[in-house]
Design a protein around this ligand. Sequence first.
Ligand SMILES: Nc1ncnc2c1ncn2[C@@H]1O[C@H](COP(=O)(O)OP(=O)(O)O)[C@@H](O)[C@H]1O
Ligand SMILES: [Mg+2]
Length: 284
Amino acid sequence: MIATVARTGLAPSPLWGEGRGEGQLPERGAVPASNEPQQQQPLLQLSKINSFYGPVQAHFDLDIEVRRGQIVSLLGGNASGKSTTMKIVLGLLKPRSGEVLFNGESTLGLSTPQIVRRGIGSVPEARRLFPAMTVRENLLMGAYARNDRKAVAEDLERMLELFPRVAERIEFQAGTLSGGEQQMVAMARALMGRPQLICMDEPTMGLSPLYVDKVLELIARINAQGVSVFMVEQNASLALQIAHHGYVLQTGRIVLSGPARELLADARIRDAYLGGDGAARTAS
Ligand SMILES: Nc1ncnc2c1ncn2[C@@H]1O[C@H](COP(=O)(O)OP(=O)(O)O)[C@@H](O)[C@H]1O
Ligand SMILES: [Mg+2]
């Protein structure tokens, strides 16, 4: 039902970066491993992360990297530590040990607004819009760290082109929009900060099948325009079809990782997440 997604990409026109992306939309689930840039420094690198909530350990020596231009999917069942990983990237939780590098520089001492200013945008779980504010006001909140008013106004116009549904709702209170529309506003709001990397926590959760497709298509388009993506997704099959690389988290440990194409073909992934025999055991 989402077979058209790969063919709807825009011509390569890096709107938010300087040609950071691959330029071309990947064939879904068919990204050659050799296309992954191997030599350059990762855009985001988490190494040997151990994190805790009080006495309870949430991550065990977590290693994850996102290379420039990639979509990386973090998969895993309920309570495996996916959202906690996002919190660490965004500076909302400080790991007890380990390192987080963005563009080669540690973000561990930084506040969330400082991290956002370095170029990481966030689409949080359950969207978290300001429900009483209009869609326009929500979008402008995404540019709060910027002083370049003219460019902000231009970016707002670009967002309305990229998200026509959002344009139709621009003067509505955000809280009156459907879940799918709110997800698009949340994505557009994150892009208003001109991020190099956008972090998304379960972007398709609770959406109707139509909007699931639409949101995944938009993620692929955003990536094709130069924004790297780190996404948590419950729907492993769909996430791996737009991703370049995937990681599987199980109770705080990475148990499997690799090119998305290989993970899609992996019997362990199929069993756990794609409706194989073991689906009832570990899927969430
Ligand atoms: N604020 C919190 N306080 C205490 N424990 C938490 C908190 N948030 C998450 N946890 C625990 O950390 C683990 C990982 O949670 P989380 O990262 O939210 O998982 P996921 O997003 O994969 O469902 C779970 O065992 C969860 O109960
Ligand atoms: Mg979560």
